[in-house]
Design a protein around this ligand. Structure first.
Ligand SMILES: Nc1ncnc2c1ncn2[C@@H]1O[C@H](COP(=O)(O)OP(=O)(O)OP(=O)(O)O)[C@@H](O)[C@H]1O
Length: 624
């Protein structure tokens, strides 16, 4: 792809969308994103953290290093405050300078050391976490790719798992676990340090640090969780509003519904803003409580130290040290908030990695280069949802090399599902799909499109040139091959009329093409791929009857004799040359035979044929 804004088409030679887009494998999630699989929300959350730590195990030493550096940074900050206080208060008594030299040097060393430590901690932490995240992203990608059926159905969802959900792991490690562990260690050391000066002063300090480091973070987590439960659905609804208002702007305007849709979206946005303001206010209140507790703790420490006859200078050190330690633990309030906010993404990404995969094709058997393949379906049953009627119900089909079969039937009969089963995009719930006698799942999934592929429902056209879109079918095809495929699909004349010919950019989702041209482009791409079994799901959709007949005839003529074809069609003309026509109804084979036999027999095919002939004769009579 030469143009920077052109999205690079993916590798496989065929598109795998359409009914392959099932939502079967996804576990139901609640608002917080907790999977039903995980049991209770609490267990699900801890499961997620455990999974993250398991994934981080190879990088544990680096993470530990980052944790130690973070602890050292916080300790340096605390020691700096304490030493500086000691220095100032001691200097007030005008002692000989040599008594202060060590403290002066220590203050300088701690000030510089704190900065250096912070920098090294950030470097080490990010290095460890970015390695973990890279690893994780590759795993999530591999899992999503293995589940072709899910990936197709929820592309936005898949993208969000790959990008933002994986980022939650980064945030959990960098912004929650590492600083949390450092704050906890520093708190314990601060209490131990205070106890060495005055055990009595260490008691209020421990209580204050427990309040700021445990109680307040818990309170912040509960409040954030409650808020998130209200905010998350509203944000989701607003995102949908934004998509509907932009993508559906023309339709809303056409039906005079723009005002109502805008009002509904504005009302939701206002509610969200009110909720977020309330959340921010409670957040500030918790933070303010933290500051108040730090002040009260410091005062209590001073009183306890004075009662224990601690020297004035050390009382000052304890007071300022308490404030510094409380500031460190108060950081846990933010970490707790962040942790709560990350929960949904964490649970989603770990559920994805731990749930059993329904990968339809996971084998390592290579697909042979031979052109002719024998594909069979035996008693195939597909059910998209538990309790719903099956989309395919015991379908048998025999497709030896060179055989041409057409599948017809009313809308919703299961035709596209059949195509998806053949290409391996949807695995059957029962029955077998075999390629040369071996189950499809035994083959390398990336090689399957060589044997079975084609034009599936709603084929995607990339924002790229005509050539680039076609080369997705067969990388490295020369202009002669492009010519032949485009001619068979009826696209060649249009390409030749364009000033930039093969280098014409077709726009996002083929937006600069007509519906018919888009379909022809997708068909030419499927022809160029030339799989052993060419599956064509409504290849002439969007074309007028005459053009549809011409394109179908030239397409079939372009398919080598030893390649088989499975054509899915609403139109019945042009099927007389097929070896078999299968009529599907409610997922079952209602009729099968050659076109002539089916036209002569009472049933859906005969009725439909008569209706279409009458309709098209009328169209042809009216056509100029
Ligand atoms: N991804 C999916 N999730 C859930 N149900 C689905 C999915 N795809 C198809 N179905 C259901 O399966 C049944 C068969 O659908 P399919 O798309 O295979 O029919 P079709 O014969 O190709 O229809 P059409 O001619 O209208 O394209 C329908 O009842 C449909 O609602």
């Amino acid at each position: 792809m030469s143009r920077p804004d052109a999205g690079p088409p993916p590798e496989p030679a065929t598109t795998t969308n359409g009914p392959g887009r099932t939502d079967r494998p996804a576990a139901p999630t609640d608002e917080a994103g907790t999977t039903a699989q995980s049991g209770t929300p609490e267990r699900g959350r801890l499961d997620a953290e455990r999974t993250v730590l398991r994934l981080a195990r190879p990088y544990l030493r680096r993470l530990l290093g980052a944790g130690l550096l973070a602890t050292a940074t916080e300790l340096a900050a605390l020691a700096l405050m304490a030493t500086a206080t000691w220095l100032l208060m001691s200097a007030a008594g005008r002692p000989p300078l040599d008594r202060l030299t060590v403290a002066i040097v220590a203050v300088r060393a701690l000030a510089i050391g704190r900065g250096v430590l912070r920098y090294t901690e950030r470097l080490t932490g990010h290095d460890a976490v970015l390695r973990i995240v890279t690893d994780l992203r590759a795993r999530v990608f591999a899992t999503l790719a293995a589940r072709r059926s899910t990936a197709g159905q929820r592309s936005g969802d898949a993208l969000s798992r790959l990008v933002s959900d994986v980022d939650t792991v980064q945030d959990l490690l960098l912004r929650v676990l590492v600083p949390g562990a450092a704050a906890a260690t520093v708190s314990v050391l601060a209490v131990v340090g205070a106890a060495l000066v005055s055990p009595a002063a260490a008691v209020p300090l421990a209580v204050g640090l427990l309040l700021t480091g445990v109680a307040l973070p818990l309170l912040a987590a509960v409040l954030t969780r409650r808020g998130a439960a209200e905010v998350a659905p509203l944000r989701g609804a607003l995102a949908s509003d934004a998509v509907d208002l932009t993508h559906g702007a023309a339709d809303l305007a056409a039906f005079g519904a723009t005002g109502a849709a805008l009002r509904a979206a504005t009302e939701r946005a206002d509610r969200l803003a009110r909720l977020e303001r309330r959340l921010a206010a409670t957040g500030f209140a918790v933070d303010a409580l933290g500051v108040l507790i730090a002040g009260v703790t410091s005062a209590a420490v001073v009183v306890a130290a004075l009662r224990a006859d601690v020297s004035g200078v050390m009382v000052g050190v304890l007071a300022v040290g308490t404030l510094a330690a409380a500031e460190v633990t108060s950081a846990l309030i933010g970490a707790a908030r962040q942790w709560t906010g990350l929960r949904a993404g964490l649970t989603r990404v770990t559920a994805l990695l731990t749930a059993p995969t329904d990968a339809p094709s996971t084998g390592d058997r290579p697909v042979t280069a031979a052109a002719g393949h024998h594909v069979r379906l035996d008693g195939v049953v597909v059910r998209y949802r538990e309790g719903a009627p099956p989309a395919l119900d015991g379908v048998d089909l025999d497709l030896p090399a060179g055989r041409r079969v057409a599948v017809v039937g009313p809308s919703g009969a299961g035709k596209s599902t059949l195509a998806a089963v053949l290409t391996g995009a949807v695995p059957p719930d029962r029955g077998r799909v075999t390629l040369d006698g071996v189950e499809l799942s035994a083959y390398r999934s990336e090689e399957l499109p060589r044997a079975i592929g084609g034009l599936l429902a709603e084929a995607h056209v990339f924002h790229a040139t005509v050539r680039e879109n076609l080369l997705l079918g067969r990388g490295g095809a020369d202009d002669a091959a492009l010519d032949a495929a485009a001619r068979a699909a009826g696209l060649l004349d249009w390409v030749r009329d364009q000033p930039e010919r093969w280098d014409t950019v077709v726009g996002e989702d083929g937006g600069q093409l007509s519906g018919g041209q888009r379909q022809r482009l997708a068909l030419a791409r499927a022809l160029l791929a030339a799989p052993g079994l060419l599956v064509l799901d409504e290849p002439t959709e969007g074309l007028d009857p005459t053009a549809a007949d011409d394109v179908l005839a030239s397409t079939l003529a372009a398919v080598p004799a030893d390649h088989s074809v499975l054509l899915i069609s609403h139109r019945l003309s042009g099927l007389d040359g097929f070896d078999e026509v299968v009529v599907l109804d409610a997922g079952q084979v209602a009729q099968r035979g050659r076109h002539d036999e089916l036209v002569a027999a009472p049933g859906w095919y005969c009725d439909q044929w008569l209706i279409q002939v009458a309709a098209e004769q009328g169209y042809l009579a009216l056509a100029p």
